[in-house]
Design a protein around this ligand. Structure first.
Ligand code: GLN
Length: 486
């Protein structure tokens, strides 16, 4: 029998629920795997064996007592370290929050626990989720399990690396401009960015509040559908979380491809996208057509302004959100200082890394009187145009198919001195956040031994349609069954 660390989420949950295996044993297998490989992968900032053992014991007790242990009974999960976890340090990958221990759980974390999941650790990320490689983490980069000299992507790189290295079958990430999908692509796993408002952001440490969304990372489409159905749905604590019923995403497995219309937007195959990546994505679309879908090229003309607009809006919101780190309420506080202004200046200069400082300054500038109209308002206007482009596309198509990342995983340090090159890593994922719509990445092949991701995009609250195509594709391929050689 394959080790527990190779099992799918539904396999674990079903066998734990039936009493065939103990949640405690599954948790130990995950902890042992972390112990064996995480000194090389560095996916986790905090390993939580006590929490894992206590939660697994609670699941096993519930089962022994004949209670329903939940749809994720005994499933080990890693949680991105910008999601608040009661009693467990939450760093956001920043030196400004080295020992912040939240007094509450994020809603998504609470929902996982109530569904029987077992938290094994907190995953590394770019500081405050700003980045595409985890190299902006104050605690050092995570590594790509397919090639330890390469980045796992970011900002949810620790979450993706933990799943690809089989430290846990599931992880939570957050996606503001691609931070779930891009690392999923680079690590050869599945990552889902839900519709804005589909999943509660309560307890997610804010980066850019109008773009942030929590979502799952897992090794298969079915596993991610199961996870999303657990974390999705209205939350009285997050007014932006919409009260629309959560469908059974796993039911999309049965639907098949017949009649599904796929749009292939040209802009996502343009300059900067590795032709080998583009070719694998086009081959995936052909595969879906063999399954009964139809495909046609299309255009989203405003997408070419997306990167510029995103890098006004996201820093603007970040500059406001990050004002709360003042050295007074929580987190790092500078030592000797002159007055309260001095305290704040020193605290923020010591606590924030270079990328975060830059973004706070850009954002503050873009919002300042006299520049607001020239930058922030214009960026919001571009955002409207992008949304309209997608609206028009979804009148003709059910899903759009694009590359997730323009290239395969790059080397650690390769783009560190080239901020523009780093930001171009997100050209294919940013438009989705700007439009507030759902998208996912799933493995669609390998280039030079490294995984390539297919991005499927759907209209707002049409995650089922995206899953329908993803299930159909995954069923006819075996990319998702390949393991990183670790
Ligand atoms: N790389 C993008 C940024 O740095 C997106 C990050 C994210 O989605 N959190 O803003």
């Amino acid at each position: 029998m394959a080790p527990y660390t190779d099992w799918s989420i539904s396999e674990i949950a079903e066998r734990v629920r039936s009493g065939e295996v103990a949640a405690a044993d599954v948790a130990e297998a995950s902890l042992a795997r972390i112990e064996a490989v995480d000194d090389r992968v560095r996916a986790l900032l905090t390993v939580t064996p006590e929490v894992a053992r206590a939660q697994a014991t609670a699941v096993d007790r519930a089962i022994a007592a004949g209670e329903d242990a939940g749809p994720l009974a005994g499933v080990p999960v890693a949680v991105k370290d910008n999601l608040c976890t009661h009693g467990v340090r939450t760093t956001c990958g920043s030196r400004i929050l080295p020992q912040f221990v939240p007094p509450y759980d994020a809603t998504v974390v609470a929902r996982l626990r109530e569904a029987g999941a077992v938290m094994v650790g907190k995953a590394n990320l770019d500081e405050f989720a700003m980045g595409s490689s985890t190299e902006n983490s104050a605690y050092g980069p995570s590594r790509n399990p397919w090639d330890l000299d390469r980045v796992p992507g970011g900002s949810s790189g620790g979450s993706a690396a933990a799943v690809a290295a089989r430290e846990a079958p599931a992880a939570l990430g957050s996606d503001t401009g691609g931070s779930i999908r891009q690392p999923a692509s680079l690590c050869g796993i599945v990552g889902v960015k839900p519709t804005y408002g589909r999943v509660s952001r309560y307890g997610l440490v804010a980066y850019a509040s109008s773009l942030d969304q929590v979502g799952p990372l897992a090794r298969s489409v079915d596993d991610s559908a199961l996870l999303l159905s657990v974390i999705a749905g209205a939350d009285p604590r997050d007014a932006t979380c919409v009260d629309v019923p959560v469908p059974d995403y796993r039911a999309a497995a049965a639907a098949g491809m017949r009649g599904l219309r796929i749009g292939v937007p040209r802009e996502f195959f343009a300059e900067g996208v590795d032709p080998a990546v583009g070719a694998l994505v086009r081959a995936a679309v052909e595969r879906l057509c063999e399954e009964g879908a139809s495909a046609e090229d299309c255009s989203l003309p405003s997408v070419s302004y997306c990167l510029s607009a995103y890098y006004i809006i996201a820093p603007a919101e970040a500059s406001s959100n990050l004002a709360r780190y003042d050295g007074v309420k929580y987190g790092h506080r500078a030592g000797a200082h002159a007055g309260h202004i001095g305290l704040m200046e020193r605290t923020r200069a010591e606590g924030f890394g270079a990328e975060v400082q830059q973004r706070i300054m850009i954002g503050t500038y873009a919002l300042s009187a006299g520049y607001y109209d020239a930058y922030y308002r214009r960026a919001q206007q571009v955002r409207t145009l992008i949304r309209r482009d997608f609206d028009a596309a979804f009148e003709r198509f059910d899903v759009l198919a694009t590359p997730t990342s323009p290239t395969v995983a790059f080397k650690v340090g390769e783009k560190a001195d080239d901020p523009l090159a780093m930001k171009l890593a997100d050209v294919c994922t940013l438009p989705v956040n700007m439009a507030g719509i759902p998208a996912m990445s799933l493995p669609c092949g390998f280039h030079e031994g490294l995984p390539v991701g297919l991005q499927l995009i759907a209209a707002a609250f049409c995650e089922e349609t995206m899953f329908r195509a993803a299930y159909a594709y995954e069923r006819t391929t075996d990319w998702h069954t390949r393991h990183a050689p670790l």
